[in-house]
Design a protein around this ligand. Structure first.
Ligand SMILES: Nc1nc2c([nH]c(=O)n2[C@H]2C[C@H](O)[C@@H](COP(=O)(O)OP(=O)(O)OP(=O)(O)O)O2)c(=O)[nH]1
Length: 142
């Protein structure tokens, strides 16, 4: 089966990270994810991510460091989830696909029902919170 590349953004703002809940009309309904989507043919992953975030949340982001990709097989598909640290650049969030979004702190990061492919990424973020979140936050205010 073909592996589908999917980008996702760990959007850091005010020392928190944005999580989004997939709506009932999406696959994996009710699961929490980092917003993003499938990389189109010949598309640069960072450009894909800026496009997806614009479409799904209506905001502009600055895409930074790539984290470790997560390869995961669901019963119907195999995805390679490509996570990037990102910062909120401009615009106001209006959801067009998700049912809700939450800004999570380190101590609430593990409390939502993440899509299975996201779990290694959530763990990496949890373990490296200071390096990934606190320093991104400092850049935001620097
Ligand atoms: N965007 C995103 N998708 C994820 C994550 N974790 C995870 O398992 N997925 C899965 C859900 C979907 O099966 C697939 C991505 O599909 P999608 O529905 O978000 O992408 P898309 O907007 O480009 O898709 P489409 O509706 O155009 O087909 O990856 C995640 O953190 N972010």
């Amino acid at each position: 089966m073909k592996t589908i590349p999917v980008t996702c953004a760990l959007i850091i703002h005010e020392g928190k990270v944005l999580a989004a809940q997939r709506s009932e009309s999406m696959d994996l309904p009710g699961k929490w994810e980092f917003p993003g989507g499938k990389v189109e043919e010949h598309e640069d992953p960072k450009e894909c991510l800026r496009r997806e975030i614009r479409e799904e949340l209506g905001i502009e982001i600055i895409v930074g460091e790539a984290l470790m990709p997560s390869l995961f097989s669901y019963p119907s598909r195999t995805i390679r989830l490509l996570p990037f640290i990102a910062r909120w650049k401009s615009g106001e969030i209006r959801m067009s696909e998700h049912s809700q979004v939450l800004w999570l702190e380190r101590n609430s990061l593990l409390s939502v029902d993440w899509a299975e492919a996201d779990i290694p990424i959530v763990q990496e973020l949890h373990e490296n919170w200071v390096k990934l979140v606190v320093s991104t936050n400092a850049e935001e205010h620097g």
